[in-house]
Design a binder for this molecule. Structure first.
Ligand code: SF4
Length: 338
């Protein structure tokens, strides 16, 4: 089966993902032009000075509606002036990542699981990202100390799941990612590898035949959590990528962030759940925004979030209703809101 899907990929996914990344849009003014948005009118609304600059692949831009400043995909990636507002309660490390670091790039927050910060690189810069200020230079699972990291995990039999995060773990080369995954899969008490990645949505060509072949051979449970926030992100090409991941043995889950102006209405959220299900992905979390500096304009009030979830419960089968949760720094699990 996997051989079949791989040869299909050879035909259809001859795109070099690194070339796609080089061609990604990094200039907000160019993005305005590509979307037929008037430069003179909108330039003053842009945040051109931020360190966390625009980055978005062209294939994602093509899913945006031309001429629509409020396009829900555009809002997720375009740096706007609101990001410069200082808002009380918003901070650089809202979920306490730095306090949870037990060794370089290894975070321990929850029982039985550790999270690896594998890279600081992504295929996209999401404006609401809770790690947008994260000091990646100081906190990565390093190649130099890799054997120490493996030894520590091998010695701790309470750990049964390793979460590969970042940045985006699929931005690593196949050589590096395969080596990491194979070493972890050989530890008897590690039962599951979980990837958190937006790559299937933004750069599906990265999920190429090389990746699929080695990943399908890993003798371990594999989970891919994609982070879709809107049904427009899930086109047929993304669907083929998800299909291939499924055939390669991944359990597919989605977690979304509730974002003002992107998906803070019942129609958008029900469409997202149904679209995910079309591609055999189950929605499991709907997150309240992490209070990261620069993202306050995305916040949805708590009572509105609760009301939205109640509507979803009325309109969707239970298996398509995500849990509404928030992450509170220092807590040993995600906190259910309702
Ligand atoms: S892909 Fe993930 S880590 Fe990267 S910017 Fe987006 S939310 Fe943050």
């Amino acid at each position: 089966m996997i051989t079949g899907i791989v040869s299909k990929y050879k035909d259809e996914y001859h795109v070099d993902w690194q070339k796609s990344l080089i061609e990604a849009i990094r200039d907000p003014l160019l993005l305005l032009r590509l979307l037929d948005l008037d430069e003179d009118e909108y330039k003053q609304k842009l945040n051109l000075s931020d360190q966390f600059k625009l980055l978005v692949p062209l294939s994602y831009v093509k899913k945006m509606t031309k001429g629509d400043w409020n396009d829900p995909l555009l809002r997720q990636v375009l740096p706007i002036i609101d990001e410069q507002k200082i808002v009380a309660g918003y901070m650089s490390d809202p979920v306490g990542d730095l306090n949870a670091e037990i060794s370089s790039g290894v975070l321990s927050k929850y029982q039985g699981r550790v999270l690896f910060i594998t890279t600081g690189v992504c295929a996209v810069h999401c404006r609401y990202c809770f790690r947008r200020h994260f000091p990646y230079g100081d906190s990565l699972v390093s190649q130099k100390n890799w054997q120490n990291t493996i030894d520590e995990i091998s010695a701790d039999k309470t750990i049964h799941e390793v979460i590969l995060s970042g940045g985006d773990p699929l931005m690593l080369s196949d050589e590096r990612l395969q080596g990491m995954c194979e070493a972890l899969a050989q530890i008897p008490h590690i039962k599951t590898l979980r990837f958190h990645s937006r790559i299937p949505l933004f750069l599906p060509e990265r999920v190429n035949s090389t990746f699929l072949l080695w990943a399908s051979a890993l003798p371990i449970n594999k989970v891919m959590v994609i982070h879709a926030n809107h049904s427009n992100e899930l086109d047929e090409v993304v669907g083929q990528c998800l299909d291939a991941l499924k055939i390669a043995g991944f359990t597919l889950l989605n977690q979304s962030v509730l974002l003002k102006g992107v998906n803070d209405n019942a129609v958008a959220l029900t469409e997202l759940s149904y679209r995910l299900f079309d591609f055999k992905v189950l929605p499991y979390y709907l997150h309240q925004l992490d209070r990261v500096q620069g993202a306050a304009h995305f916040a949805v009030k708590r009572d509105r979030a609760i009301a939205l979830l109640e509507t979803l419960k009325e309109q969707l089968p239970g298996y398509l209703v995500p849990k509404l949760v928030e992450e509170i720094s220092g807590k040993r699990s995600k906190q259910a809101i309702v």
